[in-house]
Design a protein around this ligand. Structure first.
Ligand code: BG6
Length: 226
């Protein structure tokens, strides 16, 4: 199989650029059990923890439980807990700094397309000093529906001015891979939080890597046989 040459790379952020999903689970679990007094296990929270924060809250507590204002406050509260606990661990996945530099050198356009709010995107890109690599950032704040809906990735492609079929998505979550599939985009999976077997439903996956040191990624630059 020939690996296509892509004109743009769209990065999911959490779990794909940084290995932080356990910290999101912990922060959500704290808010849900301590602040909202729900008796949900960590595992139950983890399963529902995808998409925008308002969508996570609606899945766990029902559509009408919180006003938009309350959902927004809970969202920021959760992210403050996450940031305070994760900051001392904040680093790019192995090899990503070199990978970003190489993609830039090859004139591949890059965007972050995430279900996180801009508060968290700023936290990651500024603390890691990687903002200049990205020509577009798409957060939860600017989409109507988050993953698995394709809007986040389609918006990123539109901002970059690249046809969706020429974009490669990097994702770590099944719902994110599904969003890429719904956007008609190929996907490279990072197996940071989910095992390969959890992605068997999807047909848009071009490879699985644990981090960005995997030699398989070299083919994205050369267009060689996969
Ligand atoms: O789309 P990404 O980058 O994987 O982000 C997903 C996570 O982003 C976090 O900000 C949300 O609180 C989580 O609920 C969500 O799972």
């Amino acid at each position: 199989m020939n690996t296509p040459t892509y004109k743009a790379f769209l990065f999911d952020m959490n779990g794909t650029m940084i290995d932080d999903m356990d910290f999101h689970t912990t922060a959500w679990h704290k808010v849900v059990t301590q602040k909202l007094n729900a008796s949900l296990s960590r595992e139950q929270v983890k399963v529902e923890m995808y998409g925008k924060n308002s969508e996570v809250l609606a899945r766990l507590f029902g559509e009408d439980r919180f006003t938009d204002q309350e959902a927004q406050e809970l969202s920021v509260e959760k992210e403050k807990i996450y940031q305070a606990e994760y900051i001392s661990h904040l680093k790019l996945l192995n090899g990503l700094d070199q990978f970003l530099a190489k993609a830039k050198e090859k004139n591949i356009k890059m965007a972050i397309a995430t279900a996180a709010i801009m508060f968290n995107i700023d936290f990651v890109v500024d603390n890691l000093d990687i903002r200049p690599y990205f020509q577009a950032l798409v957060s939860a704040d600017e989409v109507d529906k988050s993953k698995p809906h394709p809007e986040t990735f389609l918006k990123a492609a539109e901002k970059l001015g690249i046809d969706p079929k020429d974009c490669l998505v990097f994702e770590d979550a099944p719902k994110g891979v599904e969003a890429a599939q719904n956007a008609q985009m190929d996907c490279m999976v990072l197996t940071t939080m989910h095992g390969k077997e959890e992605f068997s439903a999807y047909t848009n996956i071009v490879g699985y890597v644990q981090d960005y040191t995997d030699p398989e990624l070299e083919k994205l630059f050369t267009g060689a046989e996969a």
